[in-house]
Design a protein around this ligand. Sequence first.
Ligand SMILES: [Zn+2]
Length: 194
Amino acid sequence: MTNEEVEAVSFEVLTKYVKRGGAYKAFQEIMTAMQIKFREVATAEDSFLGALTAGNNGTRYIMINKNIDNEGRKNFTIAHELGHHFLQHDLHSNNLFCTEDAISENKYLKDPIEREANYFATCLLMPAETVKSAFLACLGNSHKAKIKDFLHVKNDYTFGIWKPICSNLTKRYGVSEAALRFRLQGLQLAKFDF
Ligand SMILES: [Zn+2]
């Protein structure tokens, strides 16, 4: 699937389930509607982040590692697993286990299935138009920012512009800084030299 096709699927989900605020707030509602059960599992396997699995009776489960200590990472993992579901990825032998390497918030992967699920997560958590207008509003309100439609973070001064915007938007969308940076760069709204 192309990025555009993946984004279109995420947009359908957003339109149906997310009335206002970050999509992460609607996770439970989405899973309930899809009859997906959610489990946080304790595992010694650190590289395991999340999975979409089907039980014998066909019930689907999203399982995520209980030890993920970053809220943004946790939300991204759930959104990624929802991606496998909505993009109708084949559950080989009823399981799709996703490791740390497969769930990437800030780079494109070779494996098409994992790349699609990551892009779905990015689009679901940070819809293009929404994040764009929120980012431009922040930039517009920043007294420090001279350029109001693009932010190039390259030194202490521009980092000072970025910091409050980052803190505002990561909270609003329930994402990590890495995921936000990647989204803004993808939308050609910002560039980060470090
Ligand atoms: Zn995956």
